[in-house]
Design a protein around this ligand. Structure first.
Ligand code: GSH
Length: 341
């Protein structure tokens, strides 16, 4: 019996190894052993991920990593941020250089399958737009026939741009850049008539990089769906679950009215949903391979989803983005957490 069991165990192990896939639990073990999460982020997109003069990273994508680190390692400061441009991001995740990619990355079929990734729920539902100098007098993307358009390589943006112009029959001259900073510089130096990327990226670039943001307009057309969310490698379901449910915990916290500020009082709540979320009723953390306080730590570290949104990209920030599709489902948006039970 024992020998049979041994053979079975070896068989399962060999199958896992020869699959070329990570063992479930391996990522969590590695993060705990090294004492920090390694998170791939944008090289510099205000509101999403950007380092300050002291090298401290802030932004919505950054906060998602900080929440995951708080849930797993116990501290939101235990994150190493690795800046990655559009082309570098997927090899970095595939090779294991980063544990998770939290970098305005669009969830697509091929990235979610043949590229070898799994996508956690979107943390920002976006779509692609165009920005032009006001002085150009253009008010619609339909007037961009013959225009030179600055765009970054290795993005869905580049592909959608070609699709859009093919579908509308307009001609265009794409000017393609590997680095974001180069594309932005080219646009502001009038080397292109228009700049295209995710609408949130346009707002970010205009707010942070334009000499005078009021000199630029974002055109009304949104030409694609860009659900932006974190990605992990195929093969480690446990880590995938942890990343997914950390995001859901932040969304659920907003729905249940749990904030960074009131979390300690909320521990006395008798609402069974809040009790499960905060670990007053244990069981949820354990199901994920974590302790009962995992979600409470994540919420305490960064706030609920609404707080994360408002602090980084909301109406009171230079980006001035409204909640739109990113409102809770109870308020007409798409942010919806499955039951935490
Ligand atoms: N969401 C799109 C575009 C993402 C993207 O890389 N956008 C550019 C322009 S906003 C960017 O973030 N560049 C920053 C960099 O390369 O560091 C995708 O996943 O392909």
């Amino acid at each position: 019996m024992l020998r049979l069991l041994g053979t079975l165990v070896i068989g399962v192990f060999a199958a896992a190894v020869f699959n070329g896939e990570a063992r479930a639990g391996a990522t969590l073990d590695a993060i705990k052993a090294r004492g920090e999460l390694i998170c791939g982020v944008n090289t510099g997109l205000a509101g999403f991920s950007r380092p300050d003069d002291q090298g401290k990273w802030t932004g919505l994508d950054v906060d998602i990593c900080r929440a995951i680190a708080a849930a797993i390692v116990g501290s939101a400061d235990k994150v190493k941020f690795v800046p990655l441009n559009a082309q570098q991001r997927f090899p970095a995740l595939q090779s294991g250089e980063v544990d998770v990619l939290s970098r305005n990355t669009t969830w697509t079929l091929t990235r979610d399958s043949s590229s070898g990734f799994n996508f956690a729920p979107p943390v920002y539902y976006d779509g692609q737009g165009f920005m032009v100098a006001k002085s150009l007098g253009v008010t619609s993307a339909k007037e961009l026939g013959g225009a030179t358009v600055c765009v970054q390589q290795g993005t869905t943006t580049e592909l959608n741009l070609a699709d859009y112009f093919r579908a509308t029959g307009l001609s265009l001259k794409p000017l393609v850049f590997v680095e974001l900073a180069e594309a932005e510089q080219a646009f502001f130096a009038n080397r292109c008539d228009a700049y295209t990327t995710d609408a949130s990226g346009l707002a970010s670039t205009r707010a942070a990089k334009a000499g005078n943001p009021d000199d630029y307009v974002i055109l009304p057309e949104i030409i694609s769906k860009e659900p932006l969310g974190p990605a992990v490698r195929h093969g480690d379901d446990q880590f995938f679950d942890i990343v997914k449910w950390t995001i859901y915990a932040l969304i659920e916290a907003e729905e249940r009215g749990v904030t960074q500020g009131n979390l300690d009082e909320m521990r006395a709540s008798q609402d069974p949903n809040i009790m499960r979320l905060l670990g007053t009723t244990p069981g949820m953390g354990e199901a994920l391979g974590l302790d009962p306080e995992w979600a409470a730590r994540a919420i305490k570290a960064v706030g609920n989803y609404g707080e994360v949104f408002e602090r980084n990209v909301g109406m009171a920030t230079p980006l001035k983005l409204d909640r739109g599709l990113n409102a809770l489902w109870t308020k007409g948006g798409l942010m919806y957490a499955p039951p935490i039970r």
